[in-house]
Design a protein around this ligand. Structure first.
Ligand SMILES: Nc1ncnc2c1ncn2[C@@H]1O[C@H](COP(=O)(O)OP(=O)(O)OP(=O)(O)O)[C@@H](O)[C@H]1O
Ligand SMILES: [Mg+2]
Length: 1191
């Protein structure tokens, strides 16, 4: 609401269309009033006027961005963000390519405005890693381009010295994809690289290309010259101030601006501008854009070369022929340049001081005078820099360009240098002002002329008459041809009435005094404003508005046959003497009577004296004012010649970047084609730019400079008034006021708003126009607010449009709600139907399942019942049958008893009374007899080991049978014993004793069963050697055999003869047959053997005995079982005490064994080989020692 109030604020209306009264003073006052309130933006319809505040204002905050995001243009306070948002939304939502044309004079704030637009679009478009990177790259192109393309001028400390046109490309969602910077050179010129063949000399080359860029838009003359108080391009100062000592050393530069000739040898520090910080920002920006460190270094090296070229001094000398020549005064700078670019210094020196001239197919080297030498040096510096700038733009484009194939929408932002009027205006000002003139033409064409023409077109082609809603004409074809108006300017500067045949060209009229259609006006020069009588057609009342049409100025400059640029080209290419004098003479002749051209000569011809117009100058009445151009340098700059020797020298350098800038220097690729001149290249570029701009929907930002001193918030009315005048703002307001704020073809209009009427929504079957009429009639807008053209609807005030939009928004919201409701209903219905179907299916399945279960249960129950019933029936039957059977049995028994009783009664008298007992006894005896008789015949064999016995034939005989079995066995054994001899009996007794001692206790026992116990194994009686031993044994010998005695010291065994007598146990040496040890049997305390099949025997001796003091006796006997058995028997016989025998796995030795040795021993089964070589070994020490056999 605040915004709308601002638009209508009588003292300072936001939209100048609402101005009342409409006058220059009121307009100026409004601008000033708003400016004093720090409201620097004002509208004229959709055109934004921006007055430079020269101080930062708090109106570009993120909150502001939010406020203007998706705003309604007329619903918010005038702001640059509003137009940026309008353009962006139109691009995103309506798919219309946009261009933002920012115009105004130097210092008016165009570059700042373009940056604000870009940053706004970046802020409101969606976020994301990729999108943010693109945005950052697009935004960061500014510091880089500004460093190389901007400079301080008297008007602006950061003046753009090049024209920049940036196409930002978006995807269908409105996200930035990338962009193309075309430096106003939207047209890549098709001309291939070529070098010139100037009229008199063949030793020049033109810049070989503008590849993507139009370098001529860069003010390259600034490289070599700039007026006092201005500066060269920022990059030089930034490099010297911000470059590190290491970098400067590498580039062979000194951090001192006053050292360099091209920087006017003066210190130039700008207040408020930190060159060093800007240099760092530029380096950061380059890194973000994607420049590699190598590229940055190469770029700075070439920049340093340009700077150092300005310090190459020449001095004159004379050749032998007396001709003047030049030479390098101080070779150091030249050498450093040569080192930087990798070129032989002599080659560079030769290229700077001489040139090759072709004379009749022969090349001759001619020395250059000092002035020619300086010309060549400067031309080289300018060419290097401008081509470097081209390279820079192309390099940025490479980073930000969009991949081909993607569908894009484009928003172009044009920031071109502003209109300039200096004290001394040269070729640069001429082309800059030409460019601004063309932009003004676009503005005029699109906002003023086209607007008026459109009204006329729409009105004229209206088929019916006018008045009270009726059309005025019947649409008949115009009767007369277009009427041309004399071309002299009006004395007042305003056009006379068009109907009166006044000056200027306007819209032609028919015989009936009506304007002709636009197509009839084609080619009609329209120099001056026009004023038409009010026309009325179907509500459109239109009073044509005067405005200044600058086509005549554009034509003066760009006419391909007689334009100033064409004349300049003709002079440049003409053989013979060519200089600025011949050029201006020619201009004076051709434009002698042109209203917009003046020179001393043409004024003299009209007897007008003007001392402000010197000789060699011409003056053009531009739309923004009169500018006097000095033709000096026009031809040279238009040719933009570079000595061919210099381009060849640059091509010969080893510096890759520099070399690539001079492809025409390649001697292998000479082209004799004449290159286009600077002027013609520029003209072509401007033409393409215009075409590009025409193809897009324009949005205007018209910048105004409020003072000449760059003072913050200072408003100089005169200065602003001048700009208001030449920018045509008054005409702009008039056209907007006279006409309608909004117009649109019926078809898109109806499409957009048809939802506002029930009759047109959702489908209208009639024509678009009828639909629009029906729609607007229903909305009941005042009739003066609307007008119906032939193809378009016109709406007078923005408020009506705003109202329409508001209603549309409400209706769209309603429709959206309706659609949502319908959709939700549909979705719920669908869901309900689905759920119902599912429920029916589930319940069908469930019911089926339940019925099946019930059926199964019933079936089971029935079967159970059946089973019970059958069982019950069967049982009943069984019971009956059983009863019957028992009855039968009972009957049989009864009858048997009865019969028995009858029989016994009958036969009783025939039997004795104990017959029954006698019979049974008889039967019993008979059975026993039979059993015993059978047993006698089947007695088992007599072998004692056979334990078989026949089974009892009757159960009552089993006890007797068992008893008989035992008796028989014992009897068998008795019989066996009785037949034994006394020796056999003794042997068996020994065996029996052995069995009692060892059976199931020692594994060796099983082996001993088969071996008879012989007792005497030595043959004492036969061997005479053993006589002594015989004596020892006498008649008491029990057993004699050879044993092994285990040595206590080392476990080794020694053979011994063992004699067991009824009293002693003797161990004798087998060799000497001498008793070694004689033990009384009473000394033996016990014996120990292992469980295994070894023959080891430990005899535990009483410690009190003689031998017992040394400990136990360990023997290995081949007849261990027999030895121990006999020892046991002998001891029993001698002492009536059994031998204490221990059979175990381990043996705890006693006696005088070495300390720590033989505490225990263990002999695993099988360790005993029995081969006689076995010996006892022990392992380990202390308590863990284990003895074992070793074979
Ligand atoms: N909206 C703004 N707010 C604050 N200061 C501004 C604004 N616009 C411009 N300025 C100031 O004005 C100076 C000149 O602006 P700018 O460089 O945009 O002018 P220009 O129209 O591009 O000039 P040229 O044609 O010489 O390039 C800026 O450096 C800045 O100080
Ligand atoms: Mg600028």
């Amino acid at each position: 609401m605040e915004a709308t109030t601002s638009l209508l604020d009588a003292a300072a209306v936001g939209d100048l269309v609402m101005l009342d009264p409409l006058s220059e003073e009121a307009l100026l006052r409004t601008l000033q009033e708003r400016f004093s309130r720090e409201e620097i933006y004002t509208y004229i319809g959709e055109v934004v006027i921006s007055v430079n505040p020269y101080k930062p204002l708090p109106i570009y905050t993120p909150e502001k961005v939010e406020e203007y995001h998706n705003c309604n243009f007329f619903a918010v306070k005038p702001h640059i963000y509003a137009i940026a948002d309008d353009a962006y939304c139109s691009l995103r939502d309506r798919d219309r390519d946009q261009c933002i044309l920012i115009t105004g004079e130097s210092g008016a704030g165009k570059t700042e405005a373009s940056k604000l637009v870009m940053s706004y679009v970046a802020a409101v478009s969606s976020k994301g890693e990729e999108v943010d990177k693109v945005k950052e790259q697009l935004l960061q192109s500014n510091p880089v381009l500004e460093a190389f393309g901007n400079a301080k001028t008297i008007r602006n400390d950061n003046s753009s010295r090049f024209g920049k046109y940036m196409d930002v490309e978006f995807d269908f969602k409105g996200d930035p994809l990338g962009g193309v910077i075309t430096n106003c050179q939207c047209c890549p010129l098709p001309s291939p690289p070529r070098w010139s063949q100037p009229p008199l000399s063949c030793s020049y080359t033109h810049p070989p290309f503008p590849p993507q860029t139009l370098t001529d838009l860069l003010e390259k003359s600034r490289i070599v010259r700039h007026v006092k108080g201005e500066r060269n391009f920022h990059i030089f100062y930034q490099l010297l101030a911000g470059g590190s000592a290491q970098l400067l050393q590498k580039l062979k530069l000194r951090p001192d601006c006053s050292y360099y000739g091209y920087l006017n040898r003066e210190k130039s520090v700008l207040p408020g501008m930190d060159d060093a910080a800007n240099f760092r920002a530029m380096q950061d920006a380059m890194a973000i854009i994607g420049f590699t460190p190598t590229e940055v270094t190469a770029l700075l090296e070439v920049t340093a070369v340009v700077l150092k070229l300005g310090n190459v001094e020449l001095s004159s000398c004379f050749q032998a022929s007396g001709m003047e020549a030049s030479s390098i005064t101080e070779p150091r700078e030249l050498q450093e340049i040569s080192q930087l670019i990798g070129l032989d210094p002599s080659t560079l020196e030769q290229a700077l001081c001489s040139r090759t001239v072709k004379v009749r197919d022969e090349s001759v080297l001619t020395a250059l005078s000092v002035s020619q030498g300086y010309y060549g040096r400067d031309a080289l510096a300018k060419n290097i820099y401008s081509r470097l700038f081209d390279w820079l733009v192309n390099r940025i484009n490479t980073s930000i360009k969009v991949k081909p194939g993607k569908q894009r929408k484009v928003m172009g932002v044009l920031d071109i240098y502003g209109f300039e009027i200096f004290q001394d205006n040269g070729f640069e000002q001429f082309i800059i002002n030409y460019c601004n003139e063309k932009l003004q033409q676009i503005f005029i064409l699109m906002t003023l002329k086209e607007e008026q023409e459109e009204y006329v077109r729409e009105v004229m082609l209206t088929p019916k008459g006018c008045g009270s809603g009726e059309p005025q004409w019947d649409g008949e074809a115009p009767q007369t041809a277009p009427q041309h108006v004399p071309s002299s300017p009006p004395p007042t500067g305003r056009a006379t009435q068009w109907q009166e045949g006044g000056e200027g060209f306007g819209i032609p009229v028919s015989a009936a005094g009506r304007p002709l259609p636009a197509q009839h006006q084609q080619g009609v020069p329209m120099e001056q404003g026009l004023c038409m009588t009010p026309l009325c057609s179907q509500g459109i009342k239109w009073t044509p508005v005067e405005f200044f049409d600058n086509s005549i100025i554009c034509d003066l400059i760009e006419n391909s046959k007689v334009g100033i640029l064409a004349m300049l080209d003709e002079e440049c290419l003409r053989p013979g003497t060519v200089n600025e004098d011949t050029f201006i003479t020619k201009l004076n002749q051709i434009f002698a009577s042109h209203k917009r051209y003046e020179s001393k000569e043409t004024l003299n011809a009209k007897h007008v004296t003007d001392i402000s117009l010197p000789l060699r100058c011409f003056r053009i009445h531009h739309y923004a004012g009169k500018v006097t151009y000095n033709v000096t340098g026009f031809i040279e700059k238009n040719n933009d010649l570079l000595f061919r020797d210099l381009s060849q020298a640059m091509w010969a350098a080893r510096h890759t970047l520099l070399r690539s800038l001079f492809p025409e220097g390649d001697p292998q690729r000479p082209s004799l084609k004449l290159p286009p001149t600077t002027g013609s290249q520029f003209k072509a570029s401007v033409a393409t730019l215009m075409k590009n701009l025409y193809s897009k929907n324009p949005n205007y930002i018209r910048c105004i400079k409020p003072n000449d001193t760059k003072t913050a918030m200072l408003f100089t009315p005169d200065l602003v008034l001048a700009q208001v005048r030449y920018l045509g703002l008054m005409e702009n307001v008039r056209v907007r006021r006279a006409g309608y704020a909004f117009r649109q073809l019926y078809q898109p209009f109806l499409k957009r708003y048809k939802m506002l009427s029930r009759r047109t929504w959702p489908h209208w079957t009639g024509s678009d126009r009828e639909g629009t009429e029906v729609l607007l009639a229903e909305l009941k807008f005042p009739s003066e607010e609307l007008a119906y053209g032939h193809t378009k609807i016109f709406i007078r005030s923005p408020r009506t449009l705003f109202d329409l939009e508001k209603r549309r928004q409400q209706r769209v919201a309603e429709l959206a709600t309706l659609i949502q409701a319908m959709f939700r209903g549909w979705r719920c219905r669908k869901q309900y139907q689905l759920m119902r179907k599912s429920q029916i299916l589930i319940s069908a399945w469930f019911r089926g399942h339940a019925q099946r279960n019930r059926y199964k249960q019933m079936k089971r129950s029935v079967l159970l019942l059946q089973a019970y019933a059958r069982g019950w029936k069967s049982r009943r039957l069984l019971r009956e049958l059983k009863v019957q059977r028992r009855r039968h049995l009972a009957a049989s028994t009864i009858s048997a008893y009865w019969k028995g009783y009858q029989t016994r009664r009958t036969y009783r008298r025939y039997f004795r009374s104990d017959a029954r007992t006698r019979l049974s006894n008889f039967i019993y005896r008979r059975m026993v007899q039979k059993y015993l008789m059978g047993l006698q015949k089947n007695l088992p064999p007599m072998a004692v080991l056979d334990r078989t016995w026949p089974p009892a034939p009757y159960k009552f005989l089993s006890d007797a049978n068992q008893e008989l079995k035992g008796i028989f066995y014992r009897w068998k054994c008795k019989k066996y014993r009785e037949q034994l001899s006394p020796q056999q009996r003794a042997v068996l007794q020994d065996k029996l004793c052995a069995s009692e001692l060892f059976k199931d206790k020692k594994a060796l026992y099983a082996q001993s069963l088969q071996q008879p116990f012989r007792g005497e194994y030595l043959g004492l009686t036969q061997n005479r050697k053993y006589q002594k031993l015989q004596a020892v044994a006498k008649d008491k010998l029990v057993m004699a055999e050879a044993v092994q005695k285990v040595n206590r010291a080392n476990g080794k065994t020694v053979p011994r003869l063992l004699l067991l007598t009824t009293e002693h146990l003797v161990l004798a040496d087998p060799k000497a047959a001498q008793p070694k040890m004689v033990l009384s049997l009473s000394d033996i305390r016990g014996a120990s053997v292992s469980r295994f099949s070894d023959g080891l025997l430990a005899l535990h001796l009483k410690e009190t005995s003689t031998a017992g003091g040394k400990g136990d006796l360990l023997l290995v006997s081949p007849h261990l079982i027999e030895l121990v058995t006999r020892l046991h028997q002998t001891l029993m016989d001698a002492t009536a005490q059994a031998l204490p025998l221990s059979i175990a796995d381990q043996y705890a030795g006693l006696g005088a064994w070495p300390v720590g040795a033989w505490p225990t021993w263990a002999f695993p089964e099988g360790a005993w080989s029995g081969r006689g070589r076995d010996r006892v070994c022990w392992e380990g020490r202390g308590g863990n020692q284990v003895a074992h056999w070793a074979g």
